[in-house]
Write a protein that binds this ligand. Structure first.
Ligand SMILES: *[C@@H]1O[C@H](CO)[C@@H](O)[C@H](O)[C@H]1NC(C)=O
Length: 287
């Protein structure tokens, strides 16, 4: 009976099959939206609402285009278990898109749920939403100019990640990587102008731009050679620091499991991990 109910409610969920959109419930909402330094987009909808059905393909498109800079989620307000959640956020019309921004992390403990939320009132078009969301990603990437270059690349306890680019603006994906490694790696970007080119070239080969270089604690340089893709870069950066968020982190494993319906909450995920490692240990003890 319970299983049947679960299947029925998933069947009505608009985004159960969309790779980049998490269908949230009261069990998972706080874990996904508040326990992260990433920006989250949440669409509150009802499956029967015409505007929601119209918006669906645009929302999926937006998530595809920018799931590597922000999280995308949805709440089915027609589902009985979500009624209270939708009341709490004062959802009055469907669809309502809320964008949640975490407080800036300063190294101190911040108050829980210090996030701000704002209603997206723009056009319900993927490109417009994506643009809006990209502008709401917190920035932890420092601008490194000619005056700061020497000190940025000097040996220091915390390894540094430097994006060398010909552009003057920071790529949103690089901002997202800085969030994944918050507290572990320091991020900077340097716009290579004619003025500083020769100074930089004394240390770094600038044949190719953009490029990412890690300066480890001993001051050695390590150039990233792979594709310009968040997970691939995160794997490389994992050699020098620890990701607390993103695909390669523990949280990433939880989010994948949530998407597959394996867990309902982070607590579920932790419990299942603990059980797995316990049974692995038992097997080892028996051998
Ligand atoms: C932000 O990142 C820091 C460092 O990893 C972490 O201590 C803090 O809990 C994170 N904040 C949130 C809201 O998850």
């Amino acid at each position: 009976m319970l299983v049947l109910f679960f299947l029925v409610s998933l069947a009505h969920a608009l985004y159960a099959n969309s790779k980049h959109i998490y269908e949230l419930t009261p069990d998972s909402f706080d874990d996904v939206v508040y326990k992260t330094n990433h920006t989250s987009v949440v669409e509150f909808y009802a499956p029967w609402c015409g505007y929601c059905q119209q918006f669906k393909s645009q929302y999926i498109k937006a998530a595809q285009a920018s799931s590597d800079v922000a999280q995308y989620a949805a709440v089915n307000c027609d589902s009985p278990e979500n009624k209270q959640l939708c009341n709490e956020y004062r959802i009055e019309g469907f669809p309502t898109v809320l964008v949640f921004r975490p407080p800036k992390w300063t190294g101190k403990i911040t108050r829980k749920n210090g996030h701000s939320s704002e209603i997206y009132r723009g056009e319900r078009v993927a490109s417009k939403l994506t643009e809006f969301v990209k502008g709401r990603v917190k920035n932890y990437v420092k601008r490194v100019n000619a005056g700061k270059f020497a000190s940025f690349v000097a040996p220091e306890d915390k390894p540094r990640v430097l994006l060398l680019t010909s552009k003057t603006s920071i790529s949103p994906m690089f901002k997202a990587l800085a969030i994944d490694f918050l507290g572990s790696l320091e991020f900077g970007y340097l716009t290579v102008t004619d003025q500083i080119r020769s100074e930089v070239e004394k240390l770094i080969d600038l044949k190719q731009l953009p490029q990412i270089v890690v300066i480890d604690r001993h001051g050695s340089f390590h150039r990233y050679e792979g594709p310009t893709e968040r997970t691939a870069i995160a794997k490389f950066l994992g050699n020098y620091g620890v990701a607390e968020d993103g695909e390669t982190s523990t949280r990433g494993a939880f989010l994948r499991g949530l998407k597959k319906g394996l867990y309902k909450s982070f607590r579920d995920f932790k419990k299942s991990r603990a059980e797995k490692s316990k049974s692995a240990k038992n097997v080892k003890d028996e051998l």
